[in-house]
Design a protein around this ligand. Structure first.
Ligand SMILES: NC(=O)c1ccc[n+]([C@@H]2O[C@H](COP(=O)([O-])OP(=O)(O)OC[C@H]3O[C@@H](n4cnc5c(N)ncnc54)[C@H](OP(=O)(O)O)[C@@H]3O)[C@@H](O)[C@H]2O)c1
Length: 616
């Protein structure tokens, strides 16, 4: 067996600056990575806004021929269903990021420099976090209600969402922040210059040329957006500060970031970039006056984003020589963390905060990080969707009587499933015996079985279990020849037949345990005490104590059902949501156990979640 793992990339935005640089970097490094890290990186899907291409064996930009849409890109990617897949979003598109939850739920990880998702409104952001099953509370894991509520979801995480390049491009800003938080440090203040453009503008604004000329020069050098107002309005910086705030657990919206807009009011509505520059020129004296005032105090201007004590603001500030940002030059970014541990001297990260090479390298590093923290795909029961479509899907429902096995089996027949009721088959097999007693019907099976202290019980129980085993074996023999999706509606006592039957059940079908909630167990116990109905007890009847033994039986069965199931569906998940049959199937399909498993590290991102959003 080869130890080399495969990593399959679907890159959207492939012809853009970052996308195309990333592809070049991958091509250049992939042989070394295959040799050193035993990782075979394959680009299996590519797209820009017009064309797309897919091939499991690999694609290049030359293959971009098929007409592209984000819907079809995601559909093709899901249908290919290749284990260890990563979706790499190198666009700035809002349309693309709306697909993230669906992609993450399909067990496909995401790496992206696109900051729009993490700075979207809290509702959308929360949906994304839930899809990635990586919601961690406002303080390091383990504290806070939200963290507890989601610890279970986090442990089931199958897909990762990495976005180191959202803030400071290739600089390790977010990973440093997360390392500080996870190791128990407390953030007191974050100060940062987060725009390469504004850094360049204010680092070169020394009074030798007017402010409007400095901005023009930045545009000519390619530092600004096509319309420099998109840099000067501070929104891009606000998005980055918002991401930093959310990482630290502050549940802010973009509107909560108090942002100084550097576009003079009169120039905001300019119809063209030319008109904007004409109006900006008229404001040169204003900018010169604040620069001059700062210079007279040996200070310089710096556009600083600050996060402290639940406040997030961005201001053009005058800073003196003892400020760590005073020495900033060129278009560099700088982030300073003042924390419990880094109190007197803050931890500072400085360097280029934009540029194709460093940003693409940051995305590449995220991709490798995902692959390092995941391992080869293990398909629990083959591909759910493919089997469903080919009419080869077999589901078994296990759980206590009356938990809804027959109810859901019948519902699934509406979707063309064949319903195999084990109770009915056993009842038919027992028919002659019941007839001898002048009765028929499943209730009579109960009467025939009797109570555990009665004389005939052991014999009849053994006979019942023998018939049940026979029934299951017959089902196993016949189902593979069926050309129909099947739901096996098992008996509550299936966990008491020999264990090889349960192993076979797992081999032949996807075993789903409809879990009994604690409050229902209590109710079942009370009903049983009022009207003890005959049951298969196996070895659970003890000390001639029906009530105590029943409690133990409930507990033992719950453990056994869970142990033998491929996946467990909590009762409330079905009951409270009033699901229809399709939603019930979706619930199974979306469960990580039915997918190629990518075992993700537990904590990938820290997301602050407002409980209001969770309950929506
Ligand atoms: N450049 C940097 O230094 C830097 C630094 C940090 C983060 N980022 C982020 O990285 C991302 C990419 O930046 P970039 O500079 O590479 O941008 P870019 O050169 O404008 O490239 C964008 C790419 O996305 C494609 N695209 C746009 N909308 C699409 C859609 N709906 N479906 C499919 N493809 C679509 C474009 O295809 P067409 O060519 O067909 O339109 C193009 O290939 C942005 O989110 C940016 O904020 C960039």
């Amino acid at each position: 067996l080869s130890e080399t793992k495969s990593l399959n990339l679907f890159i959207i935005g492939a012809t853009g600056l970052i996308g195309s640089t990333l592809i070049k970097q991958i091509e250049k490094e992939k042989d070394r990575i295959r040799k050193d890290q035993k990782l075979n990186i394959k680009i299996v899907g590519l797209a820009n806004s017009k064309k797309m291409a897919f091939n499991e064996e690999g694609v290049t930009l030359k293959n971009l021929k098929e007409e592209s849409s984000i819907e079809n890109f995601v559909k093709n990617m899901r249908e290919l269903n290749i284990p260890n897949s990563i979706f790499v979003d190198c666009t700035a598109s809002e349309e693309v990021l709306k697909k993230y939850p669906e992609i993450l739920k399909a067990s496909i990880s995401i790496s992206t420099p696109n900051k729009k998702a993490n700075s979207s409104n809290l509702h959308q952001y929360t949906k994304l976090a839930l899809a990635a099953s990586i919601v961690i509370g406002p303080t390091p894991p383990g504290t806070g209600v939200i963290s507890l509520a989601f610890s279970e979801a986090a442990s089931k995480s199958t897909s990762q969402f990495l976005y180191e390049t959202n803030v400071g491009a290739g600089l390790p800003v977010l990973s440093t922040l997360n390392d500080l938080l996870h190791s128990g440090d407390k953030i007191e203040k974050i100060e940062a210059v987060l725009s390469g453009t504004l850094s360049y503008i204010f680092n070169s604004y020394d009074g030798s040329i007017p402010f409007s000329e400095v901005v023009k020069k930045a545009k000519v050098k390619g530092y600004t957006e096509p319309d420099p107002r998109d840099d000067l309005n501070g929104i891009d910086v606000a998005r980055k500060l918002l991401i930093l705030a959310r990482e630290t657990g502050q549940m802010l919206e973009l509107k909560d970031i108090d942002t100084e807009n550097l576009v003079p009011e009169k120039a905001r509505s300019s119809k063209s970039v030319e008109e904007f520059f004409t109006k900006l020129k008229k404001e040169d004296t204003y900018f010169e006056s604040i620069r001059d005032k700062a210079a007279k105090n040996n200070k310089k201007l710096c556009y600083i984003a600050t996060l402290e004590k639940n406040k997030a603001y961005i201001r053009l500030e005058s800073i003196g020589q003892n400020h760590p940002f005073y020495s900033l030059s060129g278009s560099d970014n700088i982030v300073s963390f003042t924390t419990n541990r880094y109190k007197n001297t803050p931890l500072v990260i400085k360097g280029p905060g934009a540029g194709a090479e460093v940003t693409a390298a940051g995305v590449f590093a995220d991709i490798l990080r995902i692959s390092n923290t995941s391992f080869d795909g293990k398909i629990a029961h083959g591909d759910f969707i493919k089997k469903l479509k080919k009419k080869k899907l077999i589901i078994s429902l296990i759980g206590m009587s009356n938990i809804g096995k027959t109810f859901w089996s019948k519902k699934l027949t509406k979707l063309g499933f064949k319903h195999i009721s084990c109770d009915n088959i056993i009842k038919e097999k027992l028919g002659p015996k019941l007839k001898e007693r002048g009765s028929q019907g499943i209730e009579d099976v109960a009467k025939w079985l009797g109570q555990p202290h009665e004389k005939q019980f052991k014999k009849n129980e053994a006979q019942y279990l023998k018939l049940e085993k026979e029934t299951m074996n017959e089902i196993f023999q016949n189902i593979s020849a069926e050309n129909q999706n099947i739901v096996i509606d098992t008996t509550g006592s299936i966990v008491h037949i020999e264990s090889n039957i349960l192993e076979d059940l797992k081999k032949h079908s996807l075993v789903i345990y409809l879990e009994t909630p604690e409050e229902m167990k209590k109710e079942m116990y009370e009903n049983f005490i009022a009207h003890p109905k005959p049951l298969i007890w196996k070895d659970n009847y003890k000390d001639n104590d029906l009530a105590k033994s029943y409690l133990e039986l409930l507990e033992n069965r719950s453990t056994l059902y869970k142990e033998h199931a491929d996946l467990t569906i909590p009762f409330h998940q079905i009951a409270e949501n009033n699901l229809n049959e399709t939603e019930f199937l979706n619930l199974i399909e979306e469960n990580p156990s039915t997918k190629p498993m990518i075992h993700a590290r537990k904590v990938t991102i820290r997301i602050a979640v407002n409980i209001i959003y969770l309950t929506q």
